[in-house]
Design a binder for this molecule. Structure first.
Ligand code: S3P
Length: 447
């Protein structure tokens, strides 16, 4: 990231119209790299997200012995070290802003004969790591960490690690995946019990790499078992577009009158589509076209037309299936007719920022009527009226959070005088091409 913040004002230049693609799925991209690194031989990845979070995973896997590069077509090529084959990294692994890199790679390191130091940026260094340390310690890894259990920390891997049975105390695909990755080099069967269903990309992809992965439904919870000392076969993969990135142009098109867009080749794995379902409950005109399967993941083109939205009470059960999409849902709710109520969202306070606090603060600056609760926001929408706060062009603090930055960029399209984001650099975490994509769709003026 360049040294100084880069502020930018987002103002509507017209309806959002046309066809667009969003970059590769962030969660799937991390897993594709990590599992390729655990196979012996060459894997090829088409459509990998090229963003700062993913580069953090690439650099760490490289530092632990994998060879990673690009072919002449821009596909990524990984020559893995095999399960249990991680090399001792010579320097600290810098996770930047990426919680997924940090937590998944700690899982991987936990059952290898290495000691790895994990560091991160100011945002990541505030995020809780105890949820990872606890299960991985039970598997035999040890940690050097200061009280508070935040980065920087050091993982001392254990060989052989011990298989565990672990019920997730928080709905977290990162914790689930960290345990599954540690299980790969652990003799015996490791089980993770998941009371609330979270994204299942690790399960799907591990099966694709030839690992023994079992999924059962027992008394209403999912039980995922991984048989250790696995051998993964190198694999060629194609990564679908990220529904969490598609969320931003989708909501932009819903909110700006006269809009109609098709976002092509987007992943619609049911563990990720909570936002689209909630928006449809709010009367959004969203349809899936050309539904197909891409490498074990469902994919569609998503057509969206401007819609008059109605506020609803969002069921807290759906939260794990749209956990990253609440910031942009809050923007949609700000334009809806009536009240939108969200609850059960304590986890949002532990993301790249405290997303409940930042969204409440920023939307209030835009004149939105809302209440912040410990576990959610209640928002009274403007019924399609442009947002207008006390200040002509509100200045929004994004606190190194890409999704806060992109949510307020979309809010700028429906604000009377636009919105100024204090820094657009965090968008490079997951969606470096977001502003040019908005310009291509006619939503903002080209820079
Ligand atoms: C992710 C899981 C989620 C999500 C994050 C990506 C993953 O985090 O917020 O952006 O790839 O497993 P939690 O596991 O903390 O819910």
């Amino acid at each position: 990231m360049s040294e100084a913040p880069i502020p930018r004002t987002f103002t509507s230049a017209g309806p959002v119209r046309g066809h667009a693609r969003v970059p590769g799925d962030k969660s799937i991209s991390h897993r594709a790299l990590i599992l390729s690194a655990m196979a012996v031989g060459e894997s090829r990845i088409e459509g990998l997200l090229e963003s700062e979070d993913i580069i953090a995973t690439v650099a760490a896997l490289w530092a632990m012995g994998s060879e990673i590069g690009q072919d002449s077509n821009g596909n990524w090529v990984v020559n893995g070290v095999g399960v249990g084959g991680l090399l001792q990294p010579e320097t600290a692994l810098d996770m930047g802003n990426s919680g997924t890199s940090a937590r998944l790679l700690m899982g991987l390191a936990a059952s290898n004969a290495i000691t790895a130091t994990f560091i991160g940026d100011a945002s990541l260094s505030r995020r809780p790591m105890g949820r990872i340390i606890e299960p991985l310690s039970r598997m035999g890894a040890s940690f050097s960490v200061t009280p508070g259990e935040r980065l920087p920390l050091m993982v001392h891997g254990r060989v052989p690690a011990v298989p565990i049975e672990y019920r997730l105390p928080v709905a977290s695909a990162q914790v689930k995946s960290a345990i599954m990755l540690a299980a790969l080099n652990t003799p015996g069967v490791t089980r993770v019990m998941e009371p609330e269903r979270t994204r299942d990309h690790s399960e799907r992809m591990l099966a694709g790499f030839g690992a023994e992965v079992g999924i059962e439904e027992v008394d209403g919870e999912r039980v995922i078992s991984v048989t250790g000392e696995a051998e993964l076969n190198p694999h060629n993969m194609s990564i679908p577009g990220d529904p969490s990135s598609a969320a931003f142009p989708v909501v932009a098109a819903l909110l700006v009158p006269g809009s109609e867009v098709v976002i092509q080749h987007v992943g619609i794995n049911p563990t990720r589509t909570g936002l689209f379902e909630v928006l449809k409950q709010m009367d959004a005109d969203i349809t899936y076209e050309n539904e197909r399967d891409v490498g074990g993941e469902p994919v569609a083109d998503i057509r969206v037309r401007h819609s008059a939205l109605t506020g609803i009470e969002v069921s807290p059960e759906i939260a794990p299936r749209m956990i990253d999409e609440f910031p942009i849902l809050f923007v949609a709710a700000a334009l809806a007719k009536g009240e939108t109520v969200t609850t059960g969202l304590q986890e949002l306070r532990h993301k790249e920022s405290d997303r409940l606090a930042l969204m409440a603060e920023g939307l209030a600056q835009l004149g939105v009527r809302l209440k912040e609760h410990p576990d959610g926001l209640t928002i009274i929408g403007s019924d399609g009226e442009k947002l207008k706060g006390e200040y002509a062009t509100p200045q929004i603090a994004t606190a190194l959070d890409h999704r806060i930055a992109m949510s307020f960029a979309v809010a700028g399209l429906v604000s009377a005088h636009g919105v100024t984001i204090d820094d657009v650099r965090p968008m490079a975490t997951s969606f470096p091409s977001f502003p040019p994509m908005l310009a291509d769709l006619g939503a903002i003026a080209a820079e």
